[in-house]
Write a protein that binds this ligand. Structure first.
Ligand code: NAD
Length: 250
């Protein structure tokens, strides 16, 4: 049902973004991929999804503009690129704070700013921002990430109101822990920050948050994003959809 629609998923060479891109492509969308990785892997993905790839660094305004220049008019925008760093606030590396806020929050402002004129003109558009359970609740040692994701939730609500009469919806999807490189990579720092073993971090920190005791599957997040792109979701806007095994219900 998405044939003829052009969809951009930022950070779609890995993890959740890749699963969302696959789900949209399966519905017939023309895909623009973004993110880093091995050239050969990316070429294979472009073949698989009949997609264009733009390797822009979205921590900078120039990178965001380069992506949007290369992508052309976009009907479905999924802001997914994100990064995490785990450290106590007093020793949180300042450059990590800047990069996390730039990628997880400010990049979405730039891609939205550049996508909205086309969406408004055709009176149809879908904006899906991949936030996090950490857009609704906090955990220690993740100050930059929690601040950026709460900011993304507020930004999404604001644009939903601005676009409410234009046929353009804007929503967040907020996963709990999904097993991707982003989660894998924070295990060593969490072991250090909390003085725990790897097993303890997985069971007592990550899965402790999720009453289902299961990691969220990226493919489940893809299915939710697809739903938000349907015509039947035209009145779903300004919402922040949890997909977190019950984490934020507690
Ligand atoms: P991931 O590390 O597997 O993938 C991140 C993607 O972003 C990759 O394609 C990477 O190349 C790209 N990327 C990284 N830095 C970039 C930059 N500067 N410019 C452009 N692209 C860049 O991560 P993931 O777990 O799939 O996370 C995707 C999104 O989901 C993030 O916004 C993350 O905060 C959010 N999220 C993840 C989880 C989880 O448990 N994995 C939970 C909640 C929210």
């Amino acid at each position: 049902f998405l044939s003829g629609k052009r969809a951009l998923v930022t950070g779609s060479t890995s993890g959740i973004g890749l699963a969302v891109a696959r789900a949209l492509a399966a519905e017939g969308a023309d895909m623009v991929l973004n993110g880093f990785g091995e050239e050969a892997d990316i070429a294979r993905l472009c073949d698989e999804l009949r997609a264009q790839h733009v390797a822009a660094d979205l921590t900078t305004r120039e990178g965001c503009d380069a992506l949007m220049d290369a992508a052309g008019p976009i009907d479905i925008l999924v802001n997914n690129a994100g990064m995490q760093h785990v450290a106590p606030v007093e020793s949180f590396p300042v450059e990590k704070w800047d990069a996390i806020v730039a990628l997880n929050l400010t990049a979405a402002f730039h891609t939205v700013r550049r996508s909205v004129p086309h969406m408004n003109a055709q009176r149809w558009g879908r904006i899906v921002n991949v936030a996090s359970a950490h857009s609704k609740t906090a955990s220690p040692f993740k100050s930059a990430y929690v601040a950026a994701k709460h900011g993304l939730d507020g930004f999404t609500k604001t644009i939903a109101l601005e676009l409410a009469r234009s046929g353009v919806t804007a929503n967040c999807v907020s996963p709990g822990y999904a097993w991707t490189p982003l989660v894998e990579n924070q295990i060593p720092d969490t072991m250090k920050a909390r003085g725990l073993s790897r097993e303890d971090v997985i069971n007592d920190v990550l899965l402790a948050k999720q009453p289902t005791k299961k990691f969220v599957q990226p493919v489940e997040i893809g299915a939710l994003a697809v739903f938000l792109c349907r015509e039947e979701a035209g009145n779903v806007t300004g919402a922040n959809w949890s997909i977190d095994g019950g984490w934020t219900a507690e």
